[in-house]
Ligand binder design. Structure first.
Ligand code: UD1
Ligand code: CA
Length: 447
């Protein structure tokens, strides 16, 4: 059975109070709508359409290569689905309608709806949930066997219907053959003057079609309308991700303080300290230890490396097997080969550090002259003394040693010693004479 998904995202999302379209706000490192698209992709949907408002080019850019269709005016969820009609007119199979602001939807939930349709031969499967506070949701009017006669929007419900606790989760599955004729019959004579997708249920009943309900976990259909809800859903998502990684063999000393992205990849026996933040695109191999308060984004870390505490790994950092990246070290667009050590207070940017090189405390690669970035090459086994400035472009040969406090502006040959600082001089007795003069000046002042 073929599958098409229609993700509605043309609503304005005014309650976010944001210049950004609601569905572009992030959860676990990715835009809300990307999570929904991913769930559809996981089911290998044959078509995924996003319904957008005309001014949402920024959303289109994010969801590509999904197809986007435009709802010119937001006339309601039923009208929004119609925007995909021309593209799906000849489609036969299941059509699932999702909301772009419901990011915790799982492939499992979608599959459950499909299974229910197969089992019951229904024309529509409605998703429902039991919220603590049903106030704003559409009420699902169903009998004990799960056959649904109607969904009544909260604004249109009678006091008696408002007593119903079973609420519409928004997700709906349609047999494609019936969807378009039902949408044609929608009218907007209701409280909000909108074309409600939910009215398809009563219309289906009138046409002798079967509608059933499937109750899903509350989180799977929870929507984001405000930033408070965004934060609440982020919490749920983070818990899901932490649990997934811990069950797969990752130790987290304080799971609640570890922030993950949906695409974070962690190997077996990885140990993560408290307050570690993973941005997008992090891959960590087996047996890596990431100590407290480290921040990582678009980096890959090879087997057995040690990171942090307080390390910042920025985009393009590649850390080799067994390497050590210590406290207050920032690494950007650089590869640190196996066994190398950058242990204290350093900035390594646009550099290549060879295997087993030792980068002393306070070493800085000066990679930027205000106009362009240039590279620093450090050979295998090189030893860079503390507080060295490496002014790029510059290369330090394999096995070379740099004296502490050097400012290196020329390439250093392999296995040589480079010292680039003022030679130390002594002035015998100078300090003693200095103190005597100061003391006598003070005595004269007091007299
Ligand atoms: C909808 C359901 C309600 C359900 C609730 C669950 C309808 C009529 N009501 O109500 O039964 O309990 O979701 O959260 O479907 N959208 C468009 N174009 C429009 C209107 C909406 O694309 O013209 C999109 C929105 O961007 C949003 C989604 O559809 O992603 C839902 O719209 P919203 O207005 O939030 O519906 P609710 O009032 O929450
Ligand atoms: Ca909503």
């Amino acid at each position: 059975m073929s599958l098409a998904c229609i993700i509605l995202a043309a609503g304005q999302g005014t309650r976010m109070r944001s210049s950004l379209p609601k569905v572009l706000h992030h959860m676990a490192g990715f835009p809300l709508i990307s999570h929904v698209v991913q769930a559809c992709e996981f089911l290998k949907a044959d078509h995924i359409f996003c319904v957008l408002a005309p001014d949402m080019a920024s959303v289109k850019a994010v969801v590509e290569p999904c197809e986007c269709v435009i709802q010119t005016t937001p006339l309601g969820t039923g009208d929004a689905v119609k925007a995909a009609r021309d593209s799906l007119l000849d489609f036969e199979g299941d059509i699932i309608v999702l909301f772009g602001d419901t990011p915790l939807v799982t492939p499992d939930s979608l599959q459950t709806l499909r299974d229910r349709k197969t089992a019951t031969n229904a024309a529509i499967v409605v998703s429902a949930f039991l919220p603590d506070d049903p106030l704003a949701y559409g009420r699902v009017l169903a009998d004990d066997s799960g056959v649904v006669s109607a969904i009544v929007e909260s604004a249109d419900a009678t006091p008696e219907q408002k007593q119903v606790r079973l609420c519409n989760g928004g997700l709906m599955l349609f047999d494609a053959r019936h969807l378009w004729p039902l949408l044609d019959k929608l009218r907007n004579d209701n409280a909000k003057k909108e074309y409600y997708l939910t009215d398809c249920v009563a219309l289906a009943n009138a046409a002798g079609l079967k509608v059933v309900v499937e109750t899903l976990p509350v989180d799977d259909v929870a929507g984001v309308n405000t930033r408070l809800q965004l934060a609440a859903l982020e919490k749920v998502m983070q818990t899901r991700l932490r649990e997934k990684h811990m069950l797969a063999g990752v130790t987290m000393l304080d799971p609640d303080s570890v922030y993950l992205c949906v695409d974070t990849q962690l190997g077996q026996d990885v140990v993560i300290g408290p307050h570690v933040v993973f941005g997008q695109g992090v891959t960590v191999a087996d047996k890596v230890e990431i100590r407290a308060f480290s921040h990582l984004e678009k980096v890959s870390i090879d087997m057995g490396a040690t990171i942090g505490p307080f390390a910042r790994l920025r985009p393009g950092a590649t850390i080799g097997a067994g390497a050590h990246i210590g406290n207050f070290v920032e690494i950007k667009n650089s590869s640190i080969a196996a066994g190398a050590k950058v242990n204290h207070l350093s900035y390594i940017g646009d550099a290549t550090v060879g295997a087993k090189a030792n980068i002393g405390a306070g070493t800085i690669t000066c990679n930027y002259d205000g106009y362009s970035k240039t590279r620093t090459e450090i050979g295998a086994g090189a030893f860079i003394g503390s507080n060295t400035a490496l002014v790029a472009p510059v290369a330090v040969g394999a096995g070379a040693i740099i004296g502490a406090g050097s400012t290196i502006t020329q390439d250093v040959p392999p296995d040589s010693l480079a010292v680039a600082r003022e030679r130390q001089s002594h002035s015998e007795g100078w300090a003693k004479r200095f103190r005597e003069i100061q003391e006598s000046v003070r005595r004269i002042g007091r007299a």
